[in-house]
Design a protein around this ligand. Structure first.
Ligand code: KG4
Ligand code: ZN
Length: 333
């Protein structure tokens, strides 16, 4: 079965063609240049850029996959959560295609897409799993007892992990998006240089809070600057990253142990973080738990994860009405 997947929930216009387990094309038109001078994604600009890019992205996706439009058997599209204007562009394009090609439309939750990206190319992998979903907009631990079904165990009560990475990076004068920059810089720093706070939120909570950490890092930098003291930004980056990773690893492992699950999936843009991957894999292995992380290209927003999630839903006989409206706050469970 050949599915075209469209993802426009934030700042990437992403279109992919997936045939069963094979990603035949996976194109991403990034908007970094448009948003970088604002230090974050400007919703109105994101919608306009999607409009500009979407038709070309769809045409190129079939060219790269060496198929014709008529070979497409279903259209999958992100219907939320995300920026409403940005989602609307993808959903409108998907509906038109589904109508013209007379094929089913499948609305996909963006977060389900992130989790499903771990199953691409992994026939050996099956639910139940525990997923840590960490991106620019989300930080969540969910249990997936079977494909398409989720129980949310905990989530952030303030900032998302990616958002915190981006803000601290900006404060350190690093370009946007800051996550990969902090990741790189931190490799040259000492993770024990500064002991920043770890918000555990109580012994039995799976929730996260990142705003206190963010404030602590910014205050620490300002105090050094006011005192005219030198500091190594690499040490700050490494110490901040370590505080984020400590909490995420501890909570995700506890979730897996409490629920008796033997597989952890790391999903979302922040799952590309090398320290998170390393620590989670090492500490899970000590407990006999497997950690699955999609390749970096499938971690950040992409169309293949949406097509893959759509394929699963289609296989279960599901499809979505052409009347569907995107939902900026669509819940995973
Ligand atoms: O999943 P994603 O592409 O978009 C959203 O759905 O939000 O995630 C983007 C986020 C950005 O905040 C970016 O800074 C972060 O993922 N990110 C990283 C890394 N690569 C991307 N954060 C930490 N380390 C990385 N290597
Ligand atoms: Zn995402």
């Amino acid at each position: 079965m050949i599915v075209l997947g469209i993802e426009t929930s934030c700042d990437e216009t992403a279109v992919a063609i997936v045939e069963d387990d094979l990603v035949r094309s996976n194109l991403i038109t990034a908007q970094i240049d448009v948003h970088s001078r604002f230090g974050g994604v400007v919703p109105e600009l994101a919608s306009r850029e999607h409009l500009r890019a979407i038709n070309r992205a769809i045409a190129q996706s079939t060219e790269h996959a060496l198929i014709s439009m008529r070979d497409i058997e279903a259209i999958a599209v992100t219907i939320g959560p995300g920026l409403i204007g940005a989602l609307l562009v993808g959903v409108a394009a998907a509906k038109s295609l589904a109508m013209v090609l007379d094929v089913p439309l499948i609305g996909v939750n963006h977060l389900e897409g992130h989790v499903e990206s771990a199953f691409i190319d992994r026939k050996d992998l099956a639910p139940p799993v525990i997923a840590l979903i960490v991106s620019g907009g989300h930080t969540m631990i969910a249990e997936m007892p079977e494909h398409g079904r989720f129980d949310i165990l905990g989530q952030t009560i303030d900032d998302a992990a990616g958002e915190a990475f981006d803000k601290i990076a900006r404060f350190l004068g690093l370009p946007f998006p800051g996550g990969p920059e902090i990741d790189r810089l931190a490799r040259k720093g000492n993770a024990n240089a500064v002991r920043f706070p770890r918000a555990m939120m109580g012994d039995d909570s799976f929730d996260f809070s990142l705003s206190g950490l963010k404030t602590a890092v910014i205050r620490w930098i300002r105090e050094r600057q006011a005192a005219g003291e030198d500091f190594d930004p690499a040490d700050v980056a490494a110490s901040f990253q370590e505080a984020v990773v400590d909490v995420q690893v501890a909570k995700t492992l506890r979730a897996a142990e409490e629920r008796g699950r033997k597989t952890i999936i790391l999903a979302g843009g922040v799952a590309a973080n090398s320290r998170l991957r390393e620590r989670m894999s090492e500490e899970a292995a000590e407990r006999g738990i497997d950690v699955v992380v999609p390749p970096p290209r499938l971690c950040t927003d992409n169309g293949a994860m949406i097509a893959a999630a759509g394929l699963r839903r289609l296989a279960r006989g599901e499809s979505t009405s052409l009347d569907v409206a995107p939902d900026a706050n669509l819940s995973l469970a």
